[in-house]
Ligand binder design. Sequence first.
Ligand code: ADP
Length: 178
Amino acid sequence: MVKITLNKSTLELTEGNITQQETDAIVNAANTSLLGGGGVDGAIHRAGGPKILEECRKLGGCPTGAARITTGGNLKTRYVIHTVGPVYHDGKHREAELLASAYKNSLNLTSRYKLKSVAFPSISTGAYGYPMHDAAAIALKTVIDYLKTHTDIELVRFVLFDQKAYQTYEKALQELIK
Ligand code: ADP
């Protein structure tokens, strides 16, 4: 596990499963329909039960780069923040900007709901094909910039699914803070 302090907030990298987190909110790497999918999305709905999908249905989708919030259902978290990262094509279709905005809008919702802790998966790096190191750099920079200018969120945790993802985020973080 890696931990750094920014103002009074903690930024953490850990290897694990997003569905097991006890943070106030966890973030789902959803798709624009918000009606469920594979990867993180499938795991969250399986573990969280039907309440989450029921609320998602009422939201009527979510554009790429935006974020919505629902109950945490049966999960240990109070809320699930559903955000939609970009599908990666070639890096010339506003992917970087849209990925940053998925993180930024999720953090804005965390603040608006007065939540103290939030856990993120690595958005867009599974089915959506975003190169992991580039995605890590954008994710971490967006969170670091946010924590430098907002002091309300006490903990932001990145939950990386395997050792390779964890090591890639660790390397990207070292490059950003050196
Ligand atoms: P996207 O469609 O945004 O690419 P995916 O869910 O396909 O989202 O994958 C995003 C990342 O989350 C991938 O790097 C994948 O390995 C990882 N992942 C998959 N399941 C979990 C889980 N249960 N907890 C944390 N990370 C996960």
